[in-house]
Design a protein around this ligand. Structure first.
Ligand code: SAH
Length: 266
C-alpha cells in the first residue's frame, strides 16, 4: 500500500516516492469503465465483490478485490447509470471513481484497462493490445493562450520499457474524449495528439492520478478501427467479447510480470 503523503513538502514527497519505487509493488487498482470488460478479469483472478466498498454510501461504483500471486488486486468500475441502466462510461465517472479509489485503497500503481478505437493509419488492428506512452484530450478546445495546452492536458504515462519488451506489446499515444464517434474537430486534435488509440477515459484517469502522484499505466485493446469502413458502434459490439478476452489475457500477463517487482523494474 502506498505511503500517506498528506502535508508533506515537495522534497519530502519526492524522497518518499523514490523510496516507494524501490519497494515491491503491492496494491494495484484497475480502473475499468465497462462491466463487460471487468468481469472476465474478475473471473480469471477469482476476485470477489466488496459489499462495503471504500466509497461514499449510495455511489454506483463497484469494487472487486483479491490476491493474485503476491499482489493485492482491486478492480473498480464506475457502475451503472441509475436511470438508464447503462455503464457510466466517459471522463466524469472515471475521474470520480479514480479519486475515491486512490483515497480509499491507496494503490502503488493504477492500471486503466479497457477497449479503444484504433487508427489503422498508425498501425492498429482489431485485437491489438496497446500500452499508452502518453495520454491527452481531444475534445477540450480552449483557444486562449496556455488554456489551450491545459485543455489538451497531455501527460506521459508511467514508462514500462521492460514490460513492453517482455510481453511484445504495441505502444502508442492515447487520445481521450467524451464521445465515441469522431467529429472533424476531434479528428484534427487526435492527429495533433499523434494518437494511435482513442478512448473515453484514459486522460481523465491520468489527470486524477497525477494530482495524487500515483504512477499509472494504460492498457487498451482495439475493438474498432476508427479510420476503417465499418460503422464504429457495429464493429465495437461485434468485437467486444473476443477483444475483452484478449485484454484479460494481456492483463494477467502484465500482472505475472509485475509480481515481485518494484516500479523502477517496469
Ligand atoms: N457498451 C456500450 C458502448 C460503450 S462506450 C455499447 O454497448 O455500445 C465505449 C467504451 O469503449 C468506452 O469506455 C471507451 O473508452 C471504449 N471505446 C471503444 N472504442 C472506442 C472508440 N472508437 N472511441 C472512443 N471510445 C471507445
Amino acid at each position: 500500500m502506498a505511503p500517506r503523503c498528506d502535508g508533506l513538502s515537495d522534497a519530502a514527497m519526492k524522497d518518499l516516492m523514490a523510496q516507494a519505487e524501490k519497494l515491491p509493488i503491492s496494491t494495484v487498482v484497475f480502473v475499468v469503465a465497462l462491466q463487460a470488460e471487468a468481469l472476465p478479469l474478475v473471473d480469471k483472478l477469482e476476485l470477489i465483490q466488496d459489499d462495503k466498498p471504500p466509497f461514499p454510501i449510495g455511489m454506483p461504483w463497484i469494487r472487486f478485490y483479491g490476491t493474485y500471486r503476491d499482489l493485492f488486486i482491486n478492480v473498480v468500475c464506475p457502475g451503472k447509470d441509475s436511470t438508464l441502466g447503462v455503464d457510466n462510461v466517459g471522463t466524469i465517472p472515471a475521474s470520480l471513481v479514480t479519486c475515491a479509489s486512490i483515497q480509499g485503497i491507496r494503490p502503488d500503481l493504477i492500471i486503466n484497462a479497457g477497449t479503444a478505437g484504433g487508427f489503422k493509419a498508425k498501425g492498429a488492428s482489431v485485437g491489438d493490445v496497446f500500452i499508452a506512452s502518453s495520454v491527452a484530450f481531444h475534445d477540450r478546445r480552449i483557444p486562449v493562450p496556455v488554456f489551450d495546452l491545459y485543455g489538451v492536458g497531455t501527460r506521459k504515462a508511467f514508462t514500462t520499457p521492460n514490460l513492453v519488451k517482455e510481453l511484445s506489446l504495441k505502444v502508442g499515444n492515447l487520445s481521450t474524449g467524451d464521445s465515441m464517434d469522431m467529429s472533424p474537430q476531434d479528428e484534427e486534435l487526435i492527429i495533433a495528439n499523434d494518437a494511435t488509440v482513442k478512448d473515453m477515459e484514459g486522460a481523465a484517469v491520468a489527470h486524477v492520478a497525477d494530482l495524487f502522484k500515483v504512477p499509472t499505466i494504460f492498457i487498451k485493446a482495439v475493438t474498432d478501427i476508427v479510420d476503417g469502413e465499418k460503422p464504429t458502434s457495429e464493429e465495437y459490439l461485434q468485437n467486444l467479447p473476443a477483444v475483452t478476452a484478449k485484454l484479460t489475457q494481456s492483463v494477467s500477463q502484465v500482472l505475472d510480470f509485475i509480481s515481485g517487482k518494484c516500479l523502477s523494474d517496469l
